[in-house]
Design a binder for this molecule. Structure first.
Ligand SMILES: Cc1cc2nc3c(=O)[nH]c(=O)nc-3n(C[C@H](O)[C@H](O)[C@H](O)COP(=O)(O)OP(=O)(O)OC[C@H]3O[C@@H](n4cnc5c(N)ncnc54)[C@H](O)[C@@H]3O)c2cc1C
Length: 633
């Protein structure tokens, strides 16, 4: 048991960016939007020492990316704002947000107006939004991973605009069958870690989903009744709703939580709950108390862990199946996740910024950030710049252009454009577009994004995983509830770790929730928790958890952890209406449909507009927003 910071390795040198970007930034207010530079200068070009994807410590939505918008939210910005400096820059379109939706909007706009001049304005030091990239250098080896958006989910089901964009960028999804080694971890299994705080003692077992459940739960620190019930609901083929037809079961299971299903229908002891409660975190952002039993059955997760209890229930797909099979395997993964798609978009928008031309050579291509915002670019990407106001010049119905004000460094600047696309989040659109009708602002505010933490830990080797016989670990109720070895993808000269002696990136997933609250309240509470947790606390939790989980293999956190990047996505997944007990089958238009209505020369993109947190929906919404604006010309 590791009790001391020194044994955990807390004294090892790791960048603690939240101190610099958090404490200092929030204290200085306006300067926090970009510590250097000003209007038209990319908010200060990145220091080569801090190549954005190589950032370690707290990353994702770090404190500096909030500071200005939080002042706007709190009505504390305009009272002390400096005078707006009008840069005189005029564009055909200004796009707010350089995430997947904003980059795709620029792509579609330029495709239909080849001579258009476009400016994309982005708060963060990097483009891509959730689709960001993590780079680690361990010895002479570079390891890549996805800072957020992990994979293309079922690309054969993408709608035409997203399919076309992917194809035109040169992405042939069929090649992932060759690049993603679906058998690299054959022989390794899913481990389960029961922690002392929740279960009374630390206990690790390998072999879940492979070995008999009697063996998996046999030695676990669970009460006899809970142990018996967990084994039972994983193995028995019982229809717990025998009096209902398949369609009645589906309707009923859609109205009750999975928690209620296993307690009241499968008759489990409450002692099973700590083991199962956080299972939906990955896809739903909440626990089993607010996710419907049918959604649990139907959705599963992307890591191969199913919800027990449905084996004997015919829910329209026959018995014995645990859920409807997905149309494609979960393998459409670049070494940096969907960051490669964002990088390919930037390569197409800003020639020369990222060399190469194929889906393979983008993987190792460096980005020259100094090229993103040059005056002679047809498309400019201005990082470290927070848009604070978007307003028509004149009456919205007849105005010919829009003025966009943003904070860069210590300056408040403005540009004008014929069209403006808000590809930022709905909650931001409500704050920065004062002219929008009150009702529309109400709908924009409805979207409360789900918070997530995607932590990456660079290890000098992964021998402990090999020794324990696992490639992923489920850790119910632990700080990070899921841990796995990074995906084995080799392409474009990038080689993923091969042997256990190679350095490895671990992915650890945290979803901050507050049991029992309605989902939107849980998301707000989780965001508040993240905002108030310093990196040091997260680092200590990571080291303590890894030391405990891997203790059986003699893992030494002080020696074997080479780097940590905590990608904090406080504003993560778009609010998804279909997936909680609170929002079933909304009748008519959903709040997100009403929120995204165009207003004069302003259109609203972003995945929030679709009520679905996916790459393709972010692209589709960009396409729609561009069509709305081009129709005005
Ligand atoms: C952790 C995580 C994992 C995910 N994994 C997947 C996955 O595997 N597959 C999948 O399909 N989808 C995944 N998603 C969903 C993902 O949200 C979408 O795929 C998509 O990338 C969202 O793009 P977006 O442009 O709509 O939003 P974002 O990526 O959030 O981009 C919006 C941008 O606007 C910027 N911005 C906000 N306010 C302002 C302002 N005032 N001024 C300037 N800029 C501003 C933000 O900084 C941000 O960069 C994941 C999401 C998260 C959070």
């Amino acid at each position: 048991m590791y009790n001391h910071d020194r044994e955990l390795g807390m004294h090892r040198r790791i960048t603690r960016r939240d101190f610099i970007d958090g404490v200092a930034a929030s204290a200085t207010g306006i300067a926090a939007g970009g510590l250097l530079g000003g209007c038209g200068s990319n908010g200060g070009l990145p220091n080569p020492q801090t190549y954005p994807p190589a950032t370690t410590g707290l990353w994702g939505q770090d404190n500096s990316s909030y500071a200005v918008m939080h002042k706007v939210r709190d009505d504390a910005f305009w009272s002390s704002a400096p005078a707006v400096r009008r840069t005189g820059e005029h564009y055909d379109a200004v796009i707010v947000g350089a995430g997947m939706s904003g980059l795709a909007s620029a792509y579609f706009y330029r495709q239909q107006r080849p001579n258009a001049r476009i400016l994309i304005v982005e708060i963060r030091r990097d483009f891509g939004g959730h689709a960001g990239r993590n780079e680690f250098r361990i010895g002479n080896r570079v390891l890549l991973s996805n800072a957020g958006t992990q994979s293309m989910e079922s690309p054969s089901e993408y709608r035409p605009s997203a399919q076309r964009l992917v194809r035109e960028l040169g992405i042939d999804v069929g090649r992932f069958y060759k690049y993603f080694d679906q058998h690299r971890y054959d022989g390794l299994t899913t481990g389960v870690f029961f922690n002392r705080a929740a279960f009374g003692r630390d206990y690790f077992v390998a072999g879940a989903y492979r070995d008999p459940w009697e063996r998996v739960f046999g030695g676990a620190p669970l009460g006899d009744r809970a142990k018996h019930d967990l084994i039972r609901i994983h193995t028995e083929r019982v229809d717990y709703l025998p009096e209902m037809s398949a369609s009645e079961k589906v309707a009923y299971l859609s109205r009750i939580s999975y928690e209620k299903f296993i307690l009241e229908h499968a008759k489990c002891d409450r002692g099973v709950l700590p083991y199962l409660s956080d299972r939906p975190y990955d896809l739903f952002g909440t626990g089993i108390e607010v996710v419907s039993a049918y959604d649990c059955y139907n959705s599963g997760d992307d890591y191969g862990m199913e919800y027990p209890g449905f084996q004997g229930m015919d829910l329209g797909h026959g018995t014995g199946t645990w859920r409807r099979a997905k149309p494609e395997p979960y393998i459409f993964h670049f070494p940096d996740g969907n960051a490669s798609i964002a990088r390919m978009l930037v390569r197409s928008l800003v020639p020369g910024a990222i060399p190469g031309s194929t889906m393979e050579d983008v993987v190792l291509a460096p980005c020259d950030y100094t090229k993103l915002d040059r005056p002679d670019n047809q498309v400019r990407i201005r990082l470290r710049s927070t848009v604070v106001r978007v307003q028509h010049r004149g009456a919205p119905a007849s105005a010919r252009d829009v003025e966009i004000a943003y904070v860069a460094g210590n300056e408040l600047c403005s540009v004008t454009a014929n069209h403006c696309i808000l590809a930022n989040w709905h909650v931001v659109s409500k704050l920065v577009a004062p002219e929008l009708p009150k009702k529309q602002k109400h709908y924009l505010a409805y979207c409360v994004k789900e918070p997530y933490v995607y932590t990456h830990v660079a290890l000098t080797n992964w021998r402990s995983f090999e020794t324990l016989g696992v490639n992923q670990i489920l850790a119910p109720t632990s700080y990070h509830y899921f841990t796995m070895l990074d995906y084995p993808v080799d392409m474009g000269g990038y080689q993923s770790p091969q042997t256990p002696d190679d350095p490895m990136i671990l992915f650890m997933l945290r979803c901050p929730t507050k049991y029992g609250l309605p989902p939107r309240e849980q998301y707000r509470a989780g965001r508040w928790e993240l905002f108030n947790t310093p990196f040091e606390t997260i680092e200590r939790n990571i080291r303590t958890q890894l030391a405990a989980m891997l203790a059986g293999a003699g893992f030494d956190p002080a020696a074997e952890i080479a780097g940590i990047t905590v990608n904090r996505w406080s504003h993560g997944y778009a609010y998804e209406y279909y997936k909680t007990l609170w929002e079933h089958d909304p009748v008519g238009e959903r709040p997100c449909d009403l929120a995204k209505k165009p207003f004069g020369r302003i259109s609203i993109a972003n995945s929030d507009s679709s009520g679905a947190a996916f790459t393709d929906t972010a692209i589709d919404e960009g396409y729609r927003a561009v069509q709305e604006q081009l129709r005005l010309d």
